[in-house]
Design a binder for this molecule. Structure first.
Ligand SMILES: *[C@@H]1O[C@H](CO)[C@@H](O)[C@H](O)[C@H]1NC(C)=O
Ligand SMILES: *[C@@H]1O[C@H](CO)[C@@H](O)[C@H](O)[C@H]1NC(C)=O
Length: 308
């Protein structure tokens, strides 16, 4: 992990990551990654970056790929506290049938089934168009037990992300789930680092504890990120990208690597980064203050190609 952090720091120092003072997490982007993505950048149409809420019909006219564009985004009208309370109430049921019956019944008492189509839809449907902006890199929303009571006890969660041109969902890990990701629109560079000693010898040659993997996924290609792995998704093109992901826990959790690392005590951060790197106390604070949000526009070469 320290190699990852070093890369992140190198990128931050080199200014290859757009630093936004926002407390969510960090985006690494090393020089070699940037060059790799330059090669991957076949399509370069103009992008309309500020239009998070552009309806499909008015998205940038891109060449080639079938873009459906981003939807009109909204905000959920459901009260988060009510959803949480409902999830708690459902947990108290012994069987899964009881839980579902309660959820799909009039007044949630498990007796008479809902028949009103709108009420049934409210229970059964989760709307990813409520994805909040996660930074200038795009939007992501995870449906889990907390915000979608239908998931309580089902052992599964889901996410949809809308990535702007050059947008990246920066390195993070899901402590309780493996992720199965499918590219719905556009293309993505994805990568992961597994635990210590994964390809030990190859890792040693690059001064790492584990050997990292990445690949570019085209539309409708899918991959997994093993449980606990540090992984990222990056849109290397000037067109928007959308992915959908399933996670095999209803409570997968997400931990942003750089942001959480820099939360640790100065001395701990310092020692971990290596005495020879000799970080100034003010630098550590600077890193903390400038870590970008989880969805960030990344990689200079991509931004340059796309005219950002
Ligand atoms: C992808 O993997 C190759 C080979 O290990 C590496 O050189 C490159 O930097 C990686 N790119 C990204 C974006 O992780
Ligand atoms: C980190 O260690 C170096 C070398 O021991 C020292 O000069 C520096 O002030 C330390 N930084 C922090 C944040 O403790």
């Amino acid at each position: 992990m320290s190699a990852m952090i070093k890369i992140a720091i190198a990128a931050l120092v080199a200014g290859t990551v757009q630093a936004v003072p926002y407390a969510q997490n960090a985006g690494p982007a090393s020089g070699d990654r940037a060059s790799m993505t330059t090669a991957a950048m076949a399509s370069s149409t103009s992008s309309s970056m500020e239009e998070y809420t552009t309806p499909p019909s008015t998205t940038s006219g891109s060449t080639g790929s079938e873009t459906t564009g981003f939807p009109v985004f909204g905000t959920s009208t459901a009260n988060p506290d009510d959803l949480k309370q409902l999830a708690k109430d459902l947990q108290s049921e012994v069987t899964q049938v009881d839980r579902l019956q309660r959820l799909l019944s009039v007044d949630n008492i498990g007796k008479d089934p809902l028949t009103d189509p709108d009420q049934v839809h409210d229970v059964l449907a989760f709307d990813f168009k409520n994805a909040p902006a996660g930074g200038d890199g795009g939007r992501i929303l995870v449906a889990n037990e907390d915000n979608f009571p239908l998931l309580v006890g089902e052992g599964i969660a889901g996410a949809v992300a809308f990535l702007e041109p050059c947008g990246m969902n920066s390195p993070h890990t899901h402590p309780r789930a493996t992720e199965f990701l499918t590219v719905v629109e556009g293309e993505l560079v994805t990568g992961f680092v597994l635990e210590n000693n994964f390809f030990k010898d190859a890792a040693a040659k690059i001064d790492a504890l584990a050997f990292p993997f990445n690949t570019t996924l085209k539309q409708f290609e899918a991959t997994i990120f093993p449980q606990g792995s540090i992984h990222f998704q990056f849109n290397p093109t000037c067109d928007r990208a959308i992915f959908s992901a399933a996670l095999n826990s209803a409570d997968p959790g997400t931990s942003q690597i750089a942001q959480n690392f820099f939360t640790l005590d100065d001395q701990i951060v310092n020692i971990t980064l290596g005495a020879a790197n000799s970080i100034n106390p003010s630098d550590v604070d600077m890193f903390r203050a400038n870590l970008p949000p989880n969805l960030v526009r990344a990689v200079d070469s991509c931004k340059a190609t796309c005219g950002m």
